[in-house]
Design a protein around this ligand. Structure first.
Ligand SMILES: NC(=O)c1ccc[n+]([C@@H]2O[C@H](COP(=O)([O-])OP(=O)(O)OC[C@H]3O[C@@H](n4cnc5c(N)ncnc54)[C@H](OP(=O)(O)O)[C@@H]3O)[C@@H](O)[C@H]2O)c1
Length: 322
């Protein structure tokens, strides 16, 4: 395993972290099996993955429950979780509520559910949908840190303007931005890069999520027509799994399969390695339902320095640039 220190922190994270959304079951189809999820988490640990990204929303607590069970006796495993999303019932619309009292309550509930006394990294899950000033939310996070309940905090899904504002506040403990980023998703654009890695001033860590485009870049989903997902799987209404986007991405998927075959590596490893190599990206969060998928992900580490591979793939990646 390769490890990367998040700038300005003592968080030494494996280049790949295991994303636990699918393990929560809800929204990821009918084939998520708790015993296989536990085995996937154990496989991650065996491969040297030392951190796990979860959230209260993932299965409305179920991902946390499985994570706690699988990490029993492994206190050194780092957990990155989130705060701020509220829901009234499992089917109800979830919204971001960053009022300080909610942030504190969310953190306390997560500590209990995860069986921990301190959370290594607590992230704001989504920008607030109410009128709570970000200053008040950040202050609550700083207080949680002072109380020893969290070690570091971060934000997810913020744009360049909002993140620049937070960075100007310079709160002690701010460690990272979590943002979607893959060969087919580029929210992490030039403007965000300037904010996290300015020419002058300290850099901020960046955790890239959805590096496999929800499985699309693994080579499993290939062909002239998109697959059909059950309505329990959020991909049944993901436009990347529907025409015309499907057709646009397929040449890249075929290129990943071909190059992967030549090199003897799974296409997923290529997609993950590409993300990890991009300037400004600290580490990648990758989701998995089974141990075999985790075993494929870690093959990415073999590819980080293979420059000729990336030259061969560059035109295909460029053609899919959103
Ligand atoms: N902060 C946020 O707002 C936010 C939002 C989204 C995600 N995230 C985090 O990022 C993590 C990763 O994102 P994601 O899970 O949405 O997407 P992803 O990592 O791009 O895709 C994960 C899915 O791809 C399939 N897959 C994974 N490895 C595979 C392999 N080797 N071969 C074939 N299929 C494979 C699996 O589903 P199938 O087997 O069913 O195809 C798996 O559930 C999440 O778990 C979560 O921790 C955060």
């Amino acid at each position: 395993m390769k490890f990367r220190t998040l700038p300005g922190t003592d968080l030494q994270l494996s280049a790949i972290g295991l994303g636990c959304w699918a393990i929560g079951k809800t929204w990821w189809g009918d084939d998520v099996d708790d015993r296989k999820s536990v085995r996937a988490i154990h496989a991650a640990l065996d491969h040297g993955i030392n951190w796990f990204d979860t959230a209260p929303l993932y299965g409305h607590g179920h991902a946390d429950t499985i994570l706690k069970q699988a990490l029993e006796g492994r206190p050194e495993a780092l957990i990155a979780t989130k705060v701020g999303i509220r829901w009234d019932g499992e089917g109800a619309h979830a919204r971001s509520d960053l009022r300080p009292e909610h942030v504190v309550a969310d953190c306390e509930t997560s500590l209990k559910r995860l069986g921990r006394t301190c959370i290594p990294l607590l992230q704001i899950h989504w920008p607030c949908e109410l009128d709570t000033p970000i200053e008040a939310t950040i202050e609550a996070l700083v207080r949680l840190r002072e109380a020893g309940k969290i070690r570091w905090f971060g934000v997810c899904n913020y744009n360049a303007t909002a993140l620049a504002h937070i960075r100007k506040l310079a709160p002690p403990g701010l460690a990272c931005l979590q943002t979607p980023f893959s060969m087919v998703r580029r929210e992490f654009n030039h403007d965000l890069r300037e904010v996290v890695a300015p020419a002058k001033g300290p850099h901020l860590g960046v955790l890239a999520y959805e590096t496999l485009a929800r499985g699309l870049l693994t080579g499993k989903y290939v062909g002239p027509m998109p697959p059909t997902f059950p309505t329990t799987d959020l991909r049944h209404r993901d436009d990347r799994f529907a025409q015309p986007v499907w057709g646009k991405i397929q040449p890249l998927v075929r290129a990943l399969i071909l190059v992967g075959q030549r090199l003897g590596v799974p296409p997923a490893a290529l997609a993950i390695a590409w993300a990890c190599r991009q300037p400004g990206i600290s580490v990648a969060i990758v989701g998995a339902k089974r141990e075999q998928q985790v075993a494929e992900h870690v093959r990415a580490l073999e590819l980080l320095q293979r420059n000729r591979v990336w030259q061969a793939l560059a035109p295909h990646i460029e053609a899919c640039r959103p």
